[in-house]
Ligand binder design. Structure first.
Ligand code: GCB
Length: 599
């Protein structure tokens, strides 16, 4: 599916803004078919936004099950004979779309777009009632997994297996699109470099083999000069003296695809893709971008903001990118789910490197919401994460790679965060997933984020991946308050990974919860001074271990977590910035390190 685009033949109408909103009165959606009636404006809600923190009622904040979003939409009269498509950026965790009384489509997975052709159901010049039902329940089969507990009084409670609040709703833009009937349905590009020349191998899919229509492909550089042209649906374009897409120095060509009428004079459809020419390779214990070792500096992030929860916000996004630049970060990980496509477009444009993660977080029964102490039942079994979970995980990978394959900023696929890699059955679960990921994209390395139970001797799956990504909390969950012992422990573990596997190592999480404003002379956890010293200790170790090729602090900013645990204080406070993006003391220390790094 191509991201909607407005151009000379395609049009877009944003349906963002205020919608009418209601909680479903029944667990069974069909028992409360709200789409068949007009919802009163008693509750109104902005789109995009999570609904949880918009209202003051606990009943809404902690609601489990279906909710309804509804608004009226008018189709422009001028959209006469075109194809009309509705596109939902994300409905977390599943969504169903209705046009007037008619069911149109449904989608599972809360962080991916979906669309549907509604041409037959609407008329240009007329208004229709659009209802989107959104469900936030997580089960053993969903990605991410979770379970719903029902109390004696019938109250339903969502148990999540991950350390972030179960924000729900329409988190990304909803759009009404006008696409030509004969249209371009997909464009795929893969780039390579040989000496000073670059190649762009492309593949175009169209809605059908339109009789007599022609394809025209034009590659344009940043000055607007045409560099190469072609007339086939598949091919390779060569670029002499190529401008590479480099971390910190992006260069984007435009690949303009046109579908032309037989005479070649009328454009049936057109679509442009930004292309960054670059290569990514794992070479021994290093990761090379454009044949040069790359060292990752940055963070694991979250899409998480006050009031709007996981609702995408371009002002916050651009500000976050400015803070990344200020602190000297060259990369980030989309922990723990794929982010809004705007993040990747912006990263492409500004040369920021991205590790792109699926929503497969929490496939580990020994951990509950980020903390040890879950049950010791097997994680993968018919009663827990099962064959259906794996099928849904495969689908999540297919959708992620289909959506993000063309982004030069994306250099690695993160298949899962902290699965129980120490359990025997985990391998059977992951082998088909890594095989599928490599089939879908043989050009990028793949990884999973390892949790400490699966140390170098216990891990059953690391050979299926290219890079060792470790989430480790030496000085926080391990050797709490004792940075000297933490330093010894961390170095010993890293050296073991290095010697046993010889792969590049990225520390994808390390850090300390920190209450902004708390200062101490000694090593006292929760103080700004302790966070700073813990990060500095960790960096001393990284600098001594050759295979460490990246450091992503957990987390960029403080973020909201489930509210039924006492080990989080109004959220996870491991941010280097507060939730409203104020720097803690550690930010200065990181900035000092990252802006003076030679690597
Ligand atoms: C982890 C998880 C992350 C948590 C973090 C923590 O290992 O990957 O989601 O937020 O630990 O702070 O405990």
């Amino acid at each position: 599916m191509l991201r909607p685009q407005a151009n000379s033949v395609r049009e877009l109408i944003s349906l963002d803004g205020i919608w009418n909103f209601a909680l479903a009165t029944s667990v069974d959606l069909e028992a409360d078919p709200a789409w068949t009636r007009t919802l009163p404006p008693t509750l109104q809600i902005p789109v995009p936004a999570s609904y949880n923190d918009i209202f003051t009622e606990r009943e809404i904040q902690l609601h489990v099950g279906w909710v309804f979003y509804q608004r009226q939409v008018t189709v422009p009269r001028r959209w006469g004979d075109a194809r009309i498509v509705i596109r939902v950026g994300a409905a977390t965790h599943s969504g169903r779309v209705y046009v007037n009384d008619t069911f149109v489509t449904e989608h599972h997975g809360g962080y991916m777009p979906f669309d549907a052709d509604i041409t037959e159901l609407v008329k240009p010049g007329e208004t229709f009632r659009l209802t989107i039902a959104v469900n936030n329940e997580l089960t053993w089969e969903t990605i991410p997994p979770g379970s719903v507990e029902v109390a004696a009084d019938g109250t339903r409670k969502q148990v999540v297996r991950h350390d972030f609040f179960n924000y729900s709703g329409l988190h990304r833009s909803v759009q009404l699109c006008c696409v030509p009937t004969n249209h371009i349905s997909d464009v795929k590009v893969v780039t390579d470099v040989a000496g000073t020349a670059g190649t762009i191998t492309y593949e175009i899919e169209t809605s059908q083999a339109v009789q007599g229509s022609k394809i025209r492909v034009t590659l344009v550089d940043e000055e607007g000069e045409t560099i190469a042209e072609a007339e086939q649906a598949k091919g390779t374009l060569s670029v002499e003296s190529v401008h590479l897409w480099q971390p910190g120095a992006a260069y984007l060509y435009q690949l303009r695809v046109q579908l032309l009428s037989a005479s070649g004079t009328i454009t049936d459809d057109e679509y442009s893709v930004s292309v960054g020419v670059r290569t990514v390779k794992v070479v021994g214990n290093q990761i090379h971008i454009n044949d040069k070792p790359f060292y990752f500096t940055g963070f694991g992030k979250h899409e998480d903001y006050p009031v709007r929860g996981k609702g995408h916000d371009t002002a916050f996004m651009v500000h976050d990118f400015q803070l990344l630049k200020w602190i000297g970060a060259n990369s980030f990980r989309t922990s723990h789910y794929p982010y809004d496509e705007d993040w990747l477009d912006y990263a492409d444009r500004h040369g920021v490197v991205v590790i792109d993660e699926t929503a497969a977080v929490g496939l580990n029964l020994a951990i509950i919401a980020g903390i040890h102490g879950g049950t010791h039942k097997p994680t993968f079994s018919p009663e827990t994460c099962n064959d259906q979970t794996r099928e849904n995980h495969k689908q999540a990978l297919r959708e992620l790679i289909a959506r993000d394959k063309n982004h030069p900023s994306v250099v690695m696929w993160m298949v899962s965060n902290e699965p129980s890699a120490h359990e025997e059955t985990t391998r059977q679960y992951f082998e088909p997933l890594t095989k599928l990921t490599r089939e879908l994209d043989p050009t990028r390395p793949i990884a999973y984020a390892n949790e400490k139970q699966a140390g170098p001797r216990e891990d059953k799956i690391i050979d299926l991946f290219d890079v060792v990504c470790l989430n480790r909390y030496y000085g926080w969950y391990l050797f709490t308050g004792d940075l000297a012992a933490a330093e010894v422990g961390l170095e010993a573990e890293l050296r073991e990974w290095e010697q046993m596997y010889g792969k590049p190592i990225i520390m994808t999480e390390y850090g300390a919860d920190t209450l902004a404003g708390m200062h101490t002379i000694g090593d006292v956890p929760w103080s700004e001074d302790y966070q700073t010293r813990l990060l500095e200790m960790t960096h001393r170790v990284f600098d001594r271990v050759d295979s460490v090729v990246g450091e992503h602090v957990w987390n960029f900013a403080d973020f909201q977590t489930p509210t039924n645990f006492i080990f989080r204080v109004d959220g996870n406070k491991k941010g280097v910035f507060t939730r409203d993006r104020k720097p803690k003391a550690a930010a200065r220390s990181l900035r000092q390190r990252w802006t003076s790094m030679k690597k």
